[in-house]
Structure formats: structure tokens, C-alpha cells
Design a protein around this ligand. Sequence first.
Ligand SMILES: *Cc1c(COP(=O)(O)O)cnc(C)c1O
Length: 363
Amino acid sequence: MSSKFWSDTVKVLNPYVPGEQPQGEQVIKLNTNENPYPPSPLVQQALLKAIGPDGAALRLYPNAESTGVRAELARYHQVLPEQVFLGNGSDEVLGHIFQGLLKHKDPVLFPDVTYSFYTVYCGLFGIEYEKIPVTEDYEVHVDDFLRPERRANGGIVIVNPNAPTGIALPVSEITRLVEGNPQSVVVVDEAYIDYGGESVIPLVQKYPNLLVVRTFSKSRALAGLRIGYAVGDRMLIEALERVKNSFNSYPVDCLAQVAALASIQDNDYFEQRKNAVIASRDQLRRDLQQLGFVVLPSATNFIFASHPKVQASALAAELKQRKILVRHFKAPRIDQFLRISIGTQQECDALVAACRDIVKFSA
Ligand SMILES: *Cc1c(COP(=O)(O)O)cnc(C)c1O
């Protein structure tokens, strides 16, 4: 075994480590923020119809521009189709954004506690970055991104509501960030926005430097089909198109396009499942607080929780023994926390029962 064929770029990469995806085993899976409920039944119907009796439709390349989905998303968000970019999951969209809009001589800024993929893209594309610490309460402090003595930045990336903390910033704060930073792009990753935050998509009409990223993986229960998108000024979208067509012209497969379209069209189902997750989340927060956990206020489909008497890594290991998976990040400032995705009410109850057991024997 030798890495002698590796390029210098590959030798120094520090790749993202995705949450565990156990195959076949029966576990309660609360580690990757997937939706505990299936997608809209209209999605399944549309997929079966698209495959057809013999699958002949699969012979053809998909629509390279995802025209139908972009038109539907444009209608949904009240923008033009030219303001929407579709990709193979928002991770791919974010990759194109780092390469196409954030790679400049000045460093990209993001909070020290945020989605850990951002530093990975910087490593892959050779982009300098600077981490801006969140406050003691784990909140993103906009003024710290706008300090006049700071040298120019190559762009700013935030997740709203933030991951893995779950804490949301109000639109007024993001507006301040965008207005105070007119010389570079502000990217707002809204992966969890449907669970309680307020979207800044309406602001893209006013600010040519604002780009919003969304995914079908969480609130729309389609993580397996890999669909993400960005909404912004058409010149920002054109940059992403240029990267896409220099890398993979068909990132969104034909079934993913069909599923995305059906999902957007079933708003009632979407609202109903979203509200079920929100209700379970608020219940779970109260239940864990009763067991002595510190739980940050969450506007997402996960909670970020810490127990003063039990090491987070030990707790994660104990839960795993009981076949419950949660996410622990071995990272500065957050290594005493667990990120717990919201499951069905039954799954949340099983988690609380297990935590009660573990805490009792550790206290
Ligand atoms: C889950 C997640 C993504 C990735 O979503 P995909 O569309 O599945 O690639 C991006 N950003 C954040 C903050 C996420 O939590």
C-alpha cells in the first residue's frame, strides 16, 4: 500500500467524515438529521410513473438544466428561474460556490462553530479562511464579521439556523451582514430553515451579493436522492453554471428531478410533517432538560445538548450500545455536546428513556 500515485493536493486533504450509515441493522438513527418520515406519497407515485413498466426512460440523459424543477422553485420562492441553480445535494452546490465565488486572495470568513464541511472545501480548493468565534452562548455575532480593522474578506458563509448549534439569526441581523459587506458574497446555508428560522430568499432581489443555499435532504425527506439548490442574483447563478458545466453537466438525475417537482407541489403534506418534527423537538428539549441536560434553543430538526455530569463521548458510546446513534464532534468548544436529530415521537421517547438510565448510573 503506497500513496505514491497521489497528487500533492490529495496528500494534504482533510476530508469530511459523514455520520455513520449502518446497513441493515436495526438502530434508532438520530445522527445525520434525516427526516424520520417518508417523503410525500406524490413523490413515490411520480417516481414509479417516471420509471415506467420497463425503465426505458432511464436510457436518456436527464435535462441538463433541470428546467422543470427550477421553474417550480422559482414560482415557490417568487424569483426568476435564472436565479435558481440546482445541484447534486447542497454539498455539491456549496462546493461550486467555494470554487466559483469564494476563491479570492482574501480569506473567507465563517463562525468557528459551524458546518464542518466549509474548511474541507477550503482545503480542496486552496482557499484561505478565518474562523470568527461565536459568543459564549454559541451565537453568531454579526459585528465580529464587520469589524473595520479586519482586512477585506473573500466572502462570508453562515448557516442559518446554525449547525450544529440549532440557533437562528433574525433576518435583520443577516441584512446587516449583507449590507455591511458589499464587496464580497455572503452565503446563507438554509439547510434547516423550514424548522423555525426566517428565510432571506426574498432579499436576493435587493442584494446582488447574497446567495442562499437550500436542500431537499432534511425537511423534504429526500436525502437519498441528492438535491440541493442556490437562489441569488443571476450573475452569481451564472458563475455556478460555469463551474457545473466544467465539471459535470448532469448533476441532478432524472428521478431526482421528478421527485423534487412532486415534493414542492405537495405543500399540505410538507407542512404537516414539518410541524410533527417541531412538536417532537420541543417535547424532547423539555424532557432532556428535566434530566439535567443543557439544551441550546433549536430552530432546526436537531437539538444540541450537553450534560454537566456525563462526558458527551461516553454518553454517545452508551447510547450506541443501546442501538441509538447520535452525533458527537471531537472539536474545540463543542466536544461536551451531542447533536441529536429529531426522530418520530417513539424514537425520541426511546432516546429519553435511555438517557434517563445512563444519567442515573453516572450521577
Ligand atoms: C445536511 C447539510 C447540508 C448538505 O445537504 P445535502 O443537500 O444533503 O448535501 C448542507 N449544509 C448543512 C448545514 C447541512 O446540515
